[in-house]
Ligand binder design. Structure first.
Ligand code: NAD
Length: 473
């Protein structure tokens, strides 16, 4: 049965009938079309400006809402009022370098930069505030002021309309291993481009990678000559992940259950990758992936990225959940990937994970917020979050340059979500700041950003790709 709301919103009469039209989001590698403006709070913009220079993105100075810059406006009734200075044309992004914010008074400067900009944003514009990790900021007031930035960004995300997003990036400037513009580059470029279309109200963390580890920041094909394994690639989000990695130059190994053979073969053919029919829950799944890589690409070949995307749901209230429903979900969504990682992390294994490799999990907002009828699924996805935190903090992996991260998708339009009953589905689709469901490609782009050689300074993170869903926010 056709989804009634989908029919209504695609019908040309819908607008006249007053059905809300979701904004078409800017996607892909497209930068904003209007200017990118930069302002600072608490000091002069330094790391953000230098990062944009590296990326070759031109920036203009932001206007400020200070009393002397305000202009007098007369309304239709002849009344005069003071309004903030306005930009001559719509702007594509406003960036605030708030790394020097240490006091509550400094926060006023964040407001000064944001107010004029928020009145002039183009559709799918970007608001990006860059701060430092609060715990490194100094005394309680400095920590409070840095933490306050999160409140600003999460609220602005909820106020924005027409596909615009707001995110906070935290860097390390005050520790022994400070974040450099090279470390920050891949994250700033992801945020400015349409690749981050469905990411809003989130906090990004960028640390520091050892000398020489940060790959090329501006190449559109960062995975050229690299092998990427994607599980559950036969359809849905996994198929999109495989396509995005292939677009960006990777040789993709698409893995799915033998029963999903048809879909798997057509995905692999479409992207010129190889297909591996494999149930990831078999005990030797990791060795079989490695053997496939060594056999197809040669003894010396190693995996650059493994994306643990395969997942299942077996929803029931816990009161009705038997050991099979419980066990199968935990097995596919969590246990299988721990076994596969253990095997692939053997540095001696032909076809194993390379140094400077990437492990990427797929969690879910259900794993963060919990969900009625999904105790098994939420357990497995919360487990993925725990796994990423633990492995991201592992010094042995860090020494090898291996990063471990996960995405937590919200409502994404796939066969999995198409099965949700209509009313629940409509709520899921709309209760987020972008007022629409995300697309598989939105999840895929976030995963590819984590995997990029240029994202070497990003590890142990879980990024929600949920349009700032109110679920568990
Ligand atoms: P999907 O059901 O459309 O695709 C999942 C794929 O995984 C299928 O091709 C399936 O055959 C494969 N798979 C399942 N068990 C497997 C096994 N044992 N071995 C190998 N392959 C196996 O699901 P999707 O919506 O594309 O979801 C992909 C991932 O994203 C899952 O981990 C899911 O939990 C997660 N996720 C999805 C959403 C969403 O809104 N769709 C939201 C949050 C998280």
């Amino acid at each position: 049965m056709a989804d009634i709301v989908q029919v209504l919103t695609t019908n040309p009469l819908a607008k006249q009938l007053g059905v809300p039209q979701p904004t078409r989001l800017r996607r892909g590698r497209e930068l904003p079309s209007g200017p990118v403006v930069l302002g600072a709070a608490g000091g002069s913009p330094s790391i953000v400006r230098r990062t944009l220079d590296l990326l070759g993105v031109p920036v203009q100075d932001a206007l400020r809402d200070v009393p002397e810059a305000r202009v007098t406006e007369t309304d239709d009734k002849g009344r005069e009022r003071q309004v903030p200075p306005s930009y001559p044309a719509r702007i594509g992004a406003v960036l605030v370098d708030a790394t020097a914010v240490t006091s509550i008074a400094d926060l006023e400067e964040v407001r000064q930069v944001l107010r004029p900009a928020l009145r002039s944003l183009e559709p799918s514009a970007r608001v990006v505030v860059v701060g430092v990790e609060p715990e490194t900021a100094g005394g309680p007031v400095a920590v409070a002021a840095q933490q306050a930035l999160e409140g600003v960004v999460r609220s602005v995300g909820k106020e924005l309309r027409r596909g615009a997003t707001a995110n906070l990036v935290r860097v390390d400037l005050l520790t022994g291993t400070p974040t450099t513009p090279e470390d920050l580059g891949s994250t700033m470029s992801f945020l400015l481009e349409g690749r981050s279309a469905y990411v809003s109200g989130q906090v990004f963390h960028v640390g520091h990678a050892d000398e020489g580890r940060v790959g090329d920041l501006t190449t559109p094909r960062p995975f050229e000559g690299r092998i990427v394994v994607v599980t559950g690639a036969g359809r849905g989000i996994g198929a999109s992940i495989a396509e995005v990695f292939a677009r960006d130059g990777a040789a993709v190994v698409a893995v799915d259950v033998p029963a999903g053979g048809q879909g798997l073969a057509s995905v692999a053919n479409k992207i010129g990758g190889t297909a591996l029919q494999l149930d990831i829950t078999v005990p030797d799944a990791g060795s079989r992936i490695a053997a496939h890589v060594a056999q197809r690409f040669g003894e010396g070949a190693r995996i650059h990225t493994i994306v643990h995307n395969a997942g299942i749901t077996r929803d029931k209230l816990l009161v009705n959940t038997d050991e099979d429903r419980w066990g199968s979900v935990l097995e596919v969504n969590l246990a299988a990937q721990t076994r596969i990682n253990e095997i692939l992390l053997d540095p001696e294994l032909p076809g194993g994970l390379d140094d400077e490799g990437r492990i990427i999990g797929v969690a879910s907002t259900s794993g963060i917020a919990g969900n009625r009828g999904q105790a098994n699924y939420a357990a497995s996805k919360a487990g993925v979050v725990g796994l990423v935190r633990a492995m991201g903090a592992d010094q042995g992996l860090a020494a090898r340059g291996i990063t471990v991260n996960a995405v937590a998708p919200g409502f994404i339009e796939t066969e999995m979500t198409a099965k949700i009953p209509l009313a629940t589905r409509e709520i899921g689709r709309r209760i987020n700041s972008l007022q629409q469901g995300g697309r598989p490609v939105d999840v895929a782009e976030a995963i590819a950003w984590f995997a990029q050689p240029a994202s070497a300074a990003v590890t142990g993170q879980v990024l929600r790709v949920c349009g700032q869903s109110q679920l568990g926010a």
